[in-house]
Design a protein around this ligand. Structure first.
Ligand code: VG1
Ligand code: CO
Length: 545
């Protein structure tokens, strides 16, 4: 057997192979069934025709990344890929992978992650294809992958073993070059270009304190290099910084529920000035000031209003895009700046065209995702650094900045209620039932609130004209309240109903209420209109963020 020999095997039928909000996510047990990963990988290759191309490969280090990466490398070689650029030990955060694709002019990349979903043998695994702009594949490409997955009977794999990924340098596998690179270096340099590291370094040297919780996930090495080594934060400012295959048994989702330890620390007697956390693959962020949590929708708005204080955005921003369930706070900033505001469906792939066309500079989602045109993914550490840059230039604390923001623009009280582990049939029934009643709802009242509008959100991409329908229900109430309902596309067990709730209060109103209390009417009215208790038998959400 020579090193270029490869074998063709019959594919396994793969069930429910439709990629959701963010690639294909399944339990490890499913992905590791014989032929499953191989079938999906071959379907992806059939859709993208990778012969002669350069691909980036990396993952968040979760369980099953290592064997999966070896399989994908062997399959890439058998499918005539010319070069694979892979992070050392298979590690690349999602934003670092996006940057590498762009920097190296690669044709695309494969990211092995299930993001914030738990890892380990009983946890989740995921595979996502990103295109040459560095962003998640748009629907035309994922549709092609799905079509190929349904019409596939063989996969190809090189007989030779995949090379070790433990040292940087080049190796060959068949005719393919495997180039192992430092996962942090290029990304850290990009951050130095965008932000005023001297100003942040000085602020830290002058006594500003911070804690970054990497949640045992991929950002540990990135945060340690950037925050501790390059910006001089004391050793130990990065906590849970050693990535582990099961994320220390935790749930690497940076929100007040799953990053409770950090949240509590920032609300306790020894609170530092600034706290932040990131998720499994490094694209999400949570920002907490001393004694104050910054809701992701507010974070996007504050960043948009202050981005010009960072060197990378000194020219100002072209526009701000947010996903439909994200609060309207950033729209208010865009209006004041005189720049465009966009409302897209959930999922970062919908920002790609706006970023490529230079129509949007900053983008964000309520689910703790913020980013800009520097890459084509959301970027957790980028958001942390932009916040630090703003704090350093303004010389004010997080609480002060947030309060001043509300005094200028008003406050969009906001919360997301998740109903998890639902039976898929009941969850789908609730949504279709609600959609069938949409036209009858305006004018009706519940909990003292009257509905003024209702729609099943559809989006026409302003750049390529593509239409995406059925992206969730919007209920608009009198007095500036909104509720949005949609089913999660990233779960691997049953269904999750997400109910997003929002109430605007102008600058003359009470800006310091508890969010749940400020939202109580819209919460009650929405659950009545949607029939949550009747159709799901639930009286309270499982997770409130
Ligand atoms: C969730 C979030 C969505 C995000 C997606 C991927 O999707 O709500 O805003 O884009 O996860 O994020 P869903 O369909 O479960 O609501 V990540 O950090 O998990 O790649
Ligand atoms: Co993520």
């Amino acid at each position: 057997m020579n090193s270029t020999a490869s074998t063709t095997f019959k594919t396994a039928p793969i069930d429910g192979q439709v990629p959701g909000t963010s690639g294909l996510r399944k339990k490890v047990a499913v992905f590791s069934e014989p032929g499953y990963l191989e079938t999906y990988t071959q379907a992806t290759f059939n859709a993208i025709e990778p012969a002669g191309k350069t691909l980036v490969l990396g993952g968040d280090g979760r369980y099953f990344n290592r064997p999966a990466m070896a399989t994908i490398l062997r399959m890439a070689a058998a499918n005539q890929v010319a070069r694979v650029i892979v992070g050392q030990n298979g590690i690349l955060s999602t934003p670092a992978a996006s940057h590498l694709i762009r920097k190296r002019n690669a044709d695309g990349g494969l990211i092995l992650s299930a993001s914030h979903n738990p890892g380990g043998p009983d946890g989740d695994f995921g595979l996502k294809y990103n295109i040459a702009n560095g962003g998640p594949a748009p629907e035309a490409v994922t549709d092609a992958i799905v079509a190929c997955a349904q019409d596939i009977d063989a996969y190809h794999i090189t007989d030779a073993a995949a090379p070790s990924l433990s040292e940087c340098g080049e190796a060959t596998l068949g005719n393919m070059v495997v180039e192992v690179v430092d996962p942090v270096a290029d990304y850290a340099s990009l951050m130095e270009e965008l932000f005023d590291f001297n100003a942040i370094r000085k602020m830290i040297a002058d006594g500003f304190t911070l804690r970054f919780d990497a949640m045992h996930a991929v950002t540990g090495p990135y945060a340690t290099e950037i925050l501790e080594r390059r910006l001089g934060a004391p050793t130990g400012s990065v906590v849970n910084g050693n990535p582990s295959e099961d994320f220390g048994g935790g749930h690497p989702d940076p929100n007040p529920v799953w990053a409770k330890e950090l949240f509590d620390h920032l609300h306790g007697p020894d609170a530092p000035d600034f706290g932040a956390a990131s998720d499994g693959d490094g694209d999400r962020n949570m920002i907490v000031g001393n004694g104050i949590y910054v809701a992701p929708s507010d974070s996007l708005a504050v960043l948009a209003a202050n981005a010009h204080l960072a060197p990378g955005y000194a020219q100002g921003i072209a526009g701000v895009a947010r996903s439909m369930p994200t609060s309207a706070a950033s729209d208010r900033v865009a209006e004041k700046l005189g720049v465009e505001a966009f409302q897209t469906p959930t999922g970062w792939k919908f920002f790609g065209n706006l970023l490529d066309a230079g129509r949007a500079t900053l983008c964000g989602e309520e689910s703790a995702g913020t980013g800009s045109d520097h890459v084509r993914e959301k970027d957790g550490l980028w958001a942390v650094l932009l916040w630090l840059n703003i704090l350093a230039v303004r010389g004010e604390g997080v609480a002060q900045i947030l309060k001043e923001h509300w005094q200028t623009y008003g406050r969009d009280y906001y919360s997301r209620h998740d109903y998890e582990g639902l039976d898929s049939k009941s969850a789908n029934h609730l949504m279709s039932e609600l959609k069938s009643r949409l036209s009858t709802l305006p004018g009706q009242s519940a909990a003292g609130l009257t509905l003024t509008g209702s729609e099943d959100f559809a989006y026409t991409d302003p750049i390529d004209g593509s239409l995406t329908t059925g992206q969730g229900v919007i209920l608009a109430y009198e007095g500036g309240a909104r509720a949005m309902l949609r089913l999660s596309g990233t779960g691997t067990e049953g269904a999750t109903l997400r109910v997003y709730l929002e109430q605007y209060v102008d600058p003359t109103g009470d800006l310091t209420r508890d969010a749940q209390e400020a939202l109580s009417k819209v919460i009650t009215a929405t659950s009545q209109f949607a029939g949550i208790q009747d159709l799901l038998g639930r009286t309270a959400p499982d997770v409130i963020s």
